[in-house]
Write a protein that binds this ligand. Structure first.
Ligand code: DTR
Length: 340
């Protein structure tokens, strides 16, 4: 072959290879794309579990499904999550049920002081409860995961060593946690977690009641140098999918998601429990956060104040025609079944 011809063949080949590389995607394009909305910022646990679910679904469907995630309320905010998913504004959404106490009466019973010791147990208890009662408020969605936080504790700018220190102190809590604060004599300020950093910064609140992983994930340890361990209520969460979208999925994709329900719920609980430990250690090391424990007599005074909360819930549940005592008994039995 003449030199110039060899040269043209080489150029032609290189162009063909280059074009093929551009035109043929490395991974086959997904047949189904789902949007997944979340309200808090990306580093927080609801979003960490969302990314894990996305990875697993994409892997287990061999790329047939792609999940586009929207953390930080960019698609739907905390309180519009359920209605937004029902309306199809997002295919999937993650919501904290405690932010709408009257709407999720059955599942929010897990947020009462019923002795849920950790997030893994809480998540399994919540799942059992849901499976038994199938609450009608979920009739328009497909539930993809259910999990809870770890127990809530006080994070504050001032030390809280006794009930007296707490009186009138403005602390943030939502739903059952706000009731806990009220019953203890604090001034409860209700708002979703996503609004809390600004409220702390502006001084509208002096601290909050929540699971302690937020010390690190929201850097609350920087402003809240005191933690009081009261090991009280958990917050229940749900991940829900628009029902029409669910019904439109092929059977093999549905199966992947069905298989993930219990696994994802427990995974999230375990992640949360481990992350709380890490976050507390980090806060002590980085900001010298003081962790205050109450002695048994002091703790008993606090617990005593919380008893009426459960009675109030029983009355509310009964007024809605729900078997309140049976629900509570089921929760307590499930705690014993699942705790390690
Ligand atoms: N404790 C609840 C729920 C919660 C706990 N950690 C996070 C992180 C991001 C959003 C919500 C939550 C609360 O205080 O809202």
């Amino acid at each position: 072959m003449k030199r110039w011809m060899r040269c043209r063949v080489a150029i032609g080949l290189a162009t063909a290879i280059g074009l093929a590389a551009v035109l043929a995607p490395a991974v086959p394009a997904a047949e189904i794309t789902l949007s997944y909305a979340n309200f808090p910022p990306a580093p927080t646990f609801p979003c960490v579990q969302m990314e894990r679910w996305k990875t697993e679904v994409e892997k287990r469907t061999a790329g047939k499904v792609a999940v586009n995630t929207f953390p930080g309320g960019t698609l739907l905010g905390a309180k519009e999550m359920m209605d937004g998913v029902i309306a199809g504004q997002a295919d999937i959404g993650c919501l904290c049920m405690a932010y709408q106490p009257g709407r999720f009466v059955v599942t929010n019973a897990t947020g009462l002081p019923v002795g849920i010791p950790d997030a893994r147990t809480g998540s399994l208890v919540l799942l059992d409860l849901f499976n038994k009662y199938k609450p009608e408020e979920f009739a328009k969605v497909k539930v993809l995961a259910l999990f809870t936080t770890a127990q809530s504790n006080i994070m504050s700018k001032v030390p809280v060593r006794s009930l007296e220190d707490l009186q009138g102190l403005s602390l943030r809590g939502s739903g059952p946690a706000a009731q806990v604060l009220g019953a203890l004599g604090a001034n409860p300020v209700g708002m979703p977690m996503s609004d809390t950093p600004e409220a702390l910064q502006k001084g509208v609140i002096k601290g909050l009641l929540s699971s302690l992983e937020v010390l690190k994930d929201f850097k609350f340890a920087e402003t809240c140098r005191y933690v009081t361990l009261i090991d009280t209520v958990i917050y229940p969460f749900a991940v829900v999918m628009n029902m029409d979208r669910w019904n439109s999925l092929p059977a093999d994709v549905k199966q992947v998601m069905e298989d993930l329900i219990a696994e994802q719920s427990e995974w999230t609980g375990v992640y949360m429990d481990n992350h709380v430990k890490e976050s507390v250690e980090w806060s002590k090391e980085t900001y010298e956060v003081e962790v205050i424990s109450l002695d048994a007599a002091e703790k008993a005074r606090w617990d005593e104040r919380l008893k009426p909360m459960t009675d109030k819930w029983i009355a509310e549940a009964k007024a809605k025609g729900l078997p309140a005592e049976e629900i509570l008994a089921d929760i307590r039995a499930a705690v014993e079944k699942h705790r390690k």
